[in-house]
Design a protein around this ligand. Sequence first.
Ligand code: PRP
Ligand code: MN
Ligand code: MG
Length: 181
Amino acid sequence: TQPGYEIDQMISAKAIAARVEALGAEITEAFQDTDRLVVVGLLRGSFVFIADLIREIGVPCEVDFLEASSYGNDTTSTREVRVMKDLRGNIGGRDVLVVEDIVDTGHTISKVMEMLRARSPRRIKCCAMLDKPSRREVDVKADWTGFEIPDEFVVGYGLDYAQNHRNLPFIGTVRFLDEAK
Ligand code: PRP
Ligand code: MN
Ligand code: MG
């Protein structure tokens, strides 16, 4: 059976690697004075990015994960973000970097940052691989962004379409095929 769509490459694996290296250098600089950074990946989308990013971070760090899920009332800003899996460690007094694959409407990252800020970290920052500013419903911006992209459905490098294609080494756009022909 035909999938009904094709994937066009938007950002190559090489371009991603170069950008991740640059982000790692900036983050290393920003956290130069840290005792030990806690790098927090938001499951599941960020797992590929966080794996690459931590290897470009040159300060001591540990890794933790958090899974949040946003629930409907699809009519914009009343969206509820629930924690499905919390961090293993305590971040009170710690330097924290939250890593996300994409900031779309902004609900997920804004709620997660708000929730983690309430745990009194010493410092908390956020790095997102992709930013889709045209879709924003909450006024939020990552401290570091890999690439700003237009409003296209993207997959690969951790991002899914119905749980598929997270394993693509590049970031691609989904192009739906015309069924009428
Ligand atoms: C996606 C993406 C971000 C979030 C961005 O996660 O990975 O976490 O949505 O959307 P927002 O800015 O509109 O909140 P998803 O809920 O698809 O889960 P996943 O990471 O497991 O794919
Ligand atoms: Mn996600
Ligand atoms: Mg998803």
